[in-house]
Write a protein that binds this ligand. Structure first.
Ligand SMILES: Cc1cc2nc3c(=O)[nH]c(=O)nc-3n(C[C@H](O)[C@H](O)[C@H](O)COP(=O)(O)O)c2cc1C
Length: 400
């Protein structure tokens, strides 16, 4: 979102106050936000609050003289990368569907030459009303992106569909609208997090993976238009709905779900830290007594290697966390597992961290990416996958 010019339209919904937090989140991500309010929106939240947060006077009145040609609706539309309407009232959606232009915000929307994303928010009966549904369908046909609404408790005391979408999902959808959807219609499977294996009925063995890298890749792939499925073990907070999430806490379930889903996907990114050795499980609970005890481990199967050899058309990406000879070891894995690409990093500097230094390695090149936040790394990794997968696709077409 860095340096993106976003018009944030706020309309007369009870959730208009949530626009304040949204401005903060957009600004934190480097966006330049210009708020435009409808007359009704000002009944719900004061323009001065939104001015203070966005750092710019709020626009509302079409007839107020401005500098230059005085055509603020055209000028604002020309300058923007994205128009957001959050929250979008039933009334505003109806106006958008009909192409009405009787205030500044509706004029800006009609004069747009950039993407538009609206987040409806209203009482459940208003949302379910056939005229609202008809308007939603009309604006969708006109290329308007819709985020939400979601189900839940409503300000009016009722429960149902119509609540403003949660902010995490909204941010993903905003990213999706801002980005050129290079992964549109691609099905991407991502494994992430740590698995844990039982030792006895009370204890388990696991590893230090946080799942952060896999989750950031899932978010970014979604933002680039892909249909994303994650198979996750132990991780931090999961992505919101929109990304299909399947829980696989141990090697056996990871193996099952990865292979079940591999056939429906174009790309598999294996980020999960899956147990290489599985303890021989003891039934009941190990008793305390001896000073020492030993566990017997058995090597587990290599899910990535098997998946890459079983699903020939799947574009397979591995991750290699190493403590030494980072590039050499990763290149050996790329070859031995017959992968299309591998991402190598240093175990101590990346595991559980929010940033890392990585090497993106394929059959022809090694690209060094200096230390960056995992969000940015996710973007670098997916851009490279896109480049390689496209090349592979055109080679296939050429051969056929
Ligand atoms: C207390 C109150 C809460 C309202 N909440 C909503 C709402 O959440 N969603 C909605 O679509 N309309 C809501 N309305 C109705 C709109 O404010 C009304 O339709 C208004 O004309 C919308 O104007 P606008 O689309 O120009 O902003 C509410 C009205 C009142 C009085």
């Amino acid at each position: 979102m860095l340096n993106k010019k976003i018009i944030l339209g706020v309309t007369g919904s009870i959730s208009a106050y949530k626009a304040a937090e949204l401005i903060r989140l957009l600004k934190k991500r480097g966006a330049d936000v210009q708020v435009v309010m409808t007359k009704s929106a000002k009944e719900f939240i004061s323009p001065i609050t939104l001015q203070a947060l966005s750092g710019k006077p709020v626009l509302e009145n079409m007839w107020e003289p401005t500098e230059g040609n005085g055509m603020e609706h055209i000028n604002q539309s020309r300058k923007s990368d994205l128009i957001l309407v959050v929250p979008a009232s039933a009334n505003f959606i109806a106006k958008l569907a009909q192409g009405l232009a009787d205030d500044l915000l509706s004029n800006i929307c009609l004069a747009r030459n950039c993407p538009i994303l609206i987040a409806p928010s209203m009482n459940k009966n208003m949302w379910e009303n056939s005229s609202t549904q008809r308007n939603i369908s009309l604006v969708t046909q006109d290329g308007v992106n819709i985020s939400g609404p979601e189900n839940g408790e409503q300000a009016c005391g009722e429960e149902g569909m119509g609540r403003l979408i949660n902010e995490k999902m909204l941010l993903l959808d905003i990213n999706k609208s801002l980005n050129y959807p290079i992964l549109k219609n691609k099905n991407i499977l991502i494994s992430c997090g740590a698995t844990f294996e039982k030792i006895d009925d009370a204890r388990a063995i696991t590893n230090l993976s946080s799942g952060k890298m896999g989750l950031r890749i899932a978010d970014e792939a979604y933002a680039l238009g892909a249909n994303v499925t994650i198979i996750y073990g132990q991780t931090e907070k999961l992505p919101p709905s929109g990304i299909n999430c399947i829980y696989a806490p141990n090697h056996s379930l990871m193996n099952k779900y990865v292979k079940e889903n591999a056939k429906n996907n174009d790309i598999f990114i294996s980020v999960a830290a899956i147990s290489d050795y599985i303890p021989k499980t003891i039934s009941g609970k190990l008793k305390k007594g001896n000073n020492k005890f030993s566990l017997e481990f058995q090597q587990s199967s290599d899910i990535l290697l098997e998946t890459a050899s079983e699903f020939n058309n799947l574009f397979c990406v591995g991750f290699s966390a190493e403590s030494e000879n980072i590039i050499k070891n990763a290149q050996a894995k790329l070859k031995n597992k017959n992968l299309d690409m591998i991402v190598a990093n240093s175990i101590n500097e990346s595991m559980g961290q929010n940033s890392a230094e990585i090497y993106i390695i394929d059959k022809n090149e090694v690209i060094h990416i200096p230390k960056k936040g995992k969000e940015e790394l996710a973007s670098n990794i997916l851009q490279h996958i896109y480049k390689l997968e496209n090349k592979r696709g055109s080679t296939h077409e050429h051969i056929n």
